[in-house]
Design a protein around this ligand. Structure first.
Ligand code: CP
Length: 305
């Protein structure tokens, strides 16, 4: 029995720990043993109201490699939303043409709303500063693949912890494991209280820092994030913090052998290009893992495995 059949994925909390681990196992199987054209006759709609490279194209690659068809748009301006059509009307219309909707939107809660009005399942590809659950799945996959476990790890999250939806989703998922978190951010971009409260309720240890150069030797994973210009209403506030953390190759000199540097990408300046050739840099492999993980999610929701 596939408990994910026909289910929407809006928040990482929509899936149980067992479901998440089963998905990671399926992704691993798909990576080592590509399953062929299991999405034959299936149509996936990708509605991207906000820009994307990795999420949109890895969904597209995932669907096509499984023999399915993908339709949609890459910017709201090329849809009838630009003529004033509502999100509900858009979803009801597109659900006539597809078996599954993948949606990215700037408004927090828009994916939940879409899933409530849609007759077909909806996958949240990022809603404002809220959640990005498929990114979390590929982050978990990348962590498990490089560390051999999700348990007992020391995870550093660095940069924009206030607006960064990827760190919010990842924190929630890793709080089911015996994780130690180190949050590194300027005071303006601290991890919001609601997420720290979740950790406190679950008895998970976390520490907050202004810098990480002296403590990075303890890390198993350093999860770098971009300071997101598009989330700031005041450009001067963005200017103050935009280059506050830059990871250089020399910073990695006395770090653990198993350390891996993750970043959801795109990066701006927060990881210097001199890190790219370091074996501890894992962000481009991480982006590749998105294809296997998204294949597993789509195949499970469309119940073709
Ligand atoms: N990681 C991520 O969401 O990248 P894109 O914005 O390019 O999709």
């Amino acid at each position: 029995m596939n408990s994910l059949a026909n289910k929407s994925l809006v928040s990482i909390n929509d899936f149980t720990q067992e479901e998440i681990e089963r998905l990671l196992d399926t992704a691993s199987l798909f990576e080592s043993n590509p399953p062929g054209k299991i999405l034959d006759n299936k149509v996936v709609a990708a509605l991207f109201f906000e820009p994307s490279t990795r999420t949109r194209l890895s969904f597209e690659s995932a669907v096509k490699r499984l023999g399915g068809k993908i339709i949609g748009f890459a910017e709201a301006g090329s849809s009838s939303v630009s003529k004033g059509e509502s999100l509900k009307d858009t979803i009801l219309t597109v659900s006539n043409y597809s078996d599954l909707i993948v949606m990215r939107h700037s408004i927090e809660g828009s994916a939940r709303y879409a899933s409530e009005v849609s007759p077909v399942p909806v996958i949240n590809a990022g809603d404002g500063a809220n959640q990005h659950p498929t990114q979390t799945m590929l982050d978990l996959y990348s962590i498990r693949k490089t560390q051999g476990t999700l348990d007992g790890l020391n995870i550093f999250m660095v940069g924009d912890l206030k607006y960064g939806r990827t760190v919010h989703s990842l924190l929630m998922a890793l709080s089911n494991y015996n994780t130690t978190f180190n949050f590194v951010s300027p005071s303006e971009l601290r991890m919001p209280d609601e997420y720290k409260l979740i950790l406190e309720k679950r008895g998970i240890k976390y520490y907050e820092h202004d810098d990480f150069t002296d403590i990075i030797s303890r890390a198993d994973i350093v999860y770098m994030t971009r300071v997101q210009k598009e989330r700031f209403s005041d450009p001067l506030e963005y200017e103050k913090v935009k280059n506050i953390y830059v990871l250089h190759n020399e910073t990695l000199e006395n770090t653990k052998e198993n350390l891996r540097i993750l970043h959801p990408l795109p990066r701006v300046n927060e990881i210097d290009r001199d890190v790219d050739d370091n074996p501890k840099a894992y962000y481009f492999e991480q982006a590749l893992n998105g294809v296997f993980v998204r294949q597993a999610i789509i195949a499970s929701i469309l119940d073709v495995i």
